[in-house]
Design a protein around this ligand. Structure first.
Ligand SMILES: [Zn+2]
Length: 395
């Protein structure tokens, strides 16, 4: 059964919704949600795709430029200049084919879902209605009754407002916006009208949309994890410098009071600055413990990404069970990265010799994802046979 997305839903520990149907309108993905499914199998392994890739590996393999290129080519073909021409939803969906396949397997991305709360904004609603009534009276008295629409009947007007908290480490402010919703209409119609209260993901542009930004940051985090597996201080320093979410100034003037706060002072070698503000990239290289700083920055980033999740009590049968309320698939992917650095901190991140996606190594030497290995080996032996043939005539 399709259900409306509610931010307060308590999914059982370690579960995430599945999708019954995906539709695309513009660059927004809409989901008809189905019941939550476990993130892991009976053996405790995360759900995988047919190549044996877990969500974070498959996500990093998504061909973003191919998908956006397809979209641009299609939109160009839809009579430009004719504003009445509507893009075909099926063609939009096929432009994002790989992403649609990904969410059908792993569940909705849910970028920003856990930061979004519903709210009332009674005063703003009252003012909007008053304004509308005044306008209505003016229009009605101007003898244009057919053009006057009662503000109480305005389409899509919802008493629900959305409060979106900022992404930690990126935006300083959150935002409040009124939801547009058409609860009386069918799901397909709500997708067409861009209803804000059905489950959706705004992908945005390839340059700076939520999808590409999420992926770029995840790539930087993977690069930092790989550098920390070294550990060569110069490589770590470069990875931190490239990590856009890393702070550049740290408070080291006192020990942290909050027991979960990071103690940046531990990364200072030598004198602590008098004003308590430490700028490692301005300090002499030898006066920074890059390994400690790198691990601290990784911990801070993971903490920020997981901060909107929360402890909840769900029910398994009739037994209350303490669990983690997962707020988005992005959180799941960061949990996978966290598990990797907890269990195999010095294994690093590999790159699959077949599909090119990252491998969160569970063995020291791992060249393919399990599902990519047969095809990868075959391609390799073909290539080496070819190479042998190529050198034989010279012998
Ligand atoms: Zn692979």
């Amino acid at each position: 059964m399709a259900r409306e997305f509610r931010e307060s839903t308590v999914a059982l520990p370690e579960t995430w919704p599945t999708v019954e149907e995906v539709a695309v309108n513009g660059t927004t993905l809409y989901y008809r949600l189905d019941t939550p499914a476990p993130l892991r199998d009976e053996a405790g392994r995360y759900r995988r795709d047919e190549r044996g890739r877990i969500a974070i590996e498959a996500f990093m393999a998504l061909p973003l430029s191919t998908m956006y290129g397809r979209l641009a080519a299609y939109l160009e073909s839809v009579s430009p200049g004719d504003s009445a021409a509507q893009p075909d939803p099926a063609r939009l969906k096929s432009a994002f084919a790989e992403l649609v396949e990904f969410v059908e397997r792993f569940g909705p991305l849910g970028i920003g879902w856990s930061r979004t709360y519903r709210a009332e904004n009674v005063e703003a609603d009252r003012l909007a209605i008053e304004n509308g009534q005044l306008r209505w009276q003016v229009q009605a008295s101007a003898d244009l009754p057919q053009r006057a629409v009662s503000p109480l009947l305005a389409r899509g007007r919802s008493p629900i407002w959305l409060v979106v908290f900022p992404e930690l480490g990126l935006a300083p402010f959150g935002e409040v916006r009124q939801a547009r919703s058409f609860p009386e209409l069918a799901w397909e119609a709500r997708v067409r009208l861009e209803d804000n209260l059905i489950a959706h993901d705004r992908l945005g542009t390839i340059d700076d949309g939520p999808l590409s930004r999420t992926r770029a940051v995840m790539q930087e985090a993977l690069d930092l994890v790989h550098a920390l597996a070294g550990p060569n201080p110069h490589v770590i320093r470069d990875a931190i410098e490239r990590f856009s979410r890393a702070d550049r100034i740290f408070w080291v003037g006192s020990e942290p009071v909050d027991s979960t706060a990071l103690n940046w002072r531990l990364a200072v070698r030598g004198m602590v600055p008098e004003d308590g503000l430490w700028r490692p990239f301005k300090a002499h290289r030898g006066q920074v413990d890059w390994e400690t700083l790198g691990w601290s920055i990784l911990a801070q980033h993971l903490s920020r990404m997981l901060t909107w999740g929360s402890l909840r009590v769900g029910l398994r049968g009739h037994r209350p069970q303490l669990g983690w309320r997962v707020g988005s698939l992005v959180e799941v992917m960061y949990l996978q990265l966290l598990e990797h650095v907890t269990q195999h901190p010095d294994f690093g991140i590999g790159q699959c010799a077949y599909c090119g996606a990252p491998i969160l190594r569970v063995r020291r030497q791992q060249r393919w994802h399990t599902g990519c290995a047969p095809a990868g080996r075959q391609r390799e032996s073909r290539a080496s046979r070819k190479a042998r043939h190529a050198v034989e005539p010279d012998q």
